[in-house]
Design a protein around this ligand. Structure first.
Ligand code: SAM
Length: 305
């Protein structure tokens, strides 16, 4: 605290100045540790010409740091009542001119229409949207080369889970089909105010070379991945037959073409196996229903936070 009893840390100062009571329902656990901002920037390795996207600007501590490091920041915040405090944090003209701030729900934003397109993504993600936002961003923002995201540790574990275990699921496959996991780092609860009831991790992802089918047929791919995991206790061939409403015999042929054993559950199928299954469906002409124009219907990974 300084002499006037205003805390020096930006988030704490804004909370006091504006009498803000954080809303747990919106995942408002504000960052109150400046070191983690330095870690995020170091992991992101931003260039002055980069364009960042941040979900949940909150009181603006990360938004401001990003704006000082890159050319533009798309910042989204659902809670308009934070606007007076957020705008004070972003008031420096050099920061303000670089921040494109929008109030609204990130899950309703047409990510592919952002202009300029983001090249980096950094967020202290609101827990309810961590997995669904990442699923959408990986598909819709191929321009993003690095992600540095704070999220519930349980979601981070699912995202990074190797095949064969109970945590391996559609989110793990989707992440692996688009990125390389650079680092998953545990975070202390004390860096947030208020302290959350669950642990968090900082996850760094780097865009990796992607199979062209993942880009050309994302809806088909999602249907295959989510369908295979829709009934985890069943063999993947049976779960997929039910989810895609395709006769089991035809799916047996798809598995044969894909080189995936029909005797395994989805958790034993590596990410490229799902791409091969999608190709098999295409070869047998069973992919028509998943040919529709890109919509917002698909979601990979739900949040349990
Ligand atoms: N970035 C700030 C920080 O690190 O201190 C705030 C992070 S806080 C964990 C998450 C923020 O996301 C909150 O300010 C919350 O209001 C906002 N939020 C929650 N749901 C959102 C949504 N669907 N779209 C956009 N922002 C959302």
């Amino acid at each position: 605290m300084s002499g006037d009893r205003t805390p020096r840390q930006v988030s704490l100062a804004r909370l006091v100045e504006f009498g803000i009571v954080p809303k747990r329902s919106l995942g408002q656990n504000f960052l109150v540790d400046d070191n983690i901002i330095r870690v995020i920037l170091q992991r992101l390795a931003p260039l002055p010409e980069d364009v960042a996207i941040e979900v949940g600007a909150g009181l603006g501590i990360l938004t401001r740091a990003l704006a000082q490091a890159v050319g533009r920041v798309h910042a989204f915040e659902i809670d308009r009542s934070l606007a007076p405090a957020l705008e004070v944090t972003l008031a420096d003209p050099e920061v303000a001119e670089r921040v494109l701030l929008q109030y609204g729900d990130i899950m309703k934003v047409s990510l592919e229409s952002l202009d300029p397109l983001p090249t980096l993504c950094a967020s202290n993600l609101p827990y309810s949207v961590a997995a669904p936002f990442l699923g959408e961003a990986l598909e819709r923002l191929p321009s993003v080369r690095r992600y540095c995201l704070m999220m519930q540790r349980e979601v981070a574990e699912r995202l990074a889970a190797p095949s064969g275990g109970k945590d391996y699921g559609s989110l793990s496959v989707w992440v692996r089909l688009h990125t390389r996991i650079v680092e998953v780092r545990a975070l202390s609860r004390t860096i947030f105010h208020p302290q959350p009831n669950v642990d968090s991790s900082l996850v760094t992802l780097e865009r990796a070379p992607i199979d062209p089918l993942v880009i050309e047929r994302p809806i088909l791919l999602r249907a295959v991945v989510e369908g295979a995991f829709s009934q985890r206790r069943k063999l993947a061939v049976n779960a997929l037959a039910a989810a895609l409403d395709v006769p089991k015999e035809s799916l047996g042929e798809v598995f044969r073409l894909a080189g995936v054993s029909p005797q395994v559950r989805a958790e034993a199928v590596e990410p490229p196996g799902f791409v091969a299954l999608a190709r098999g469906l295409m070869e047998l002409g069973l992919d028509d229903r998943y040919n529709e124009a890109r919509g917002r219907s698909g979601r990979t990974g739900s949040s349990r936070r």
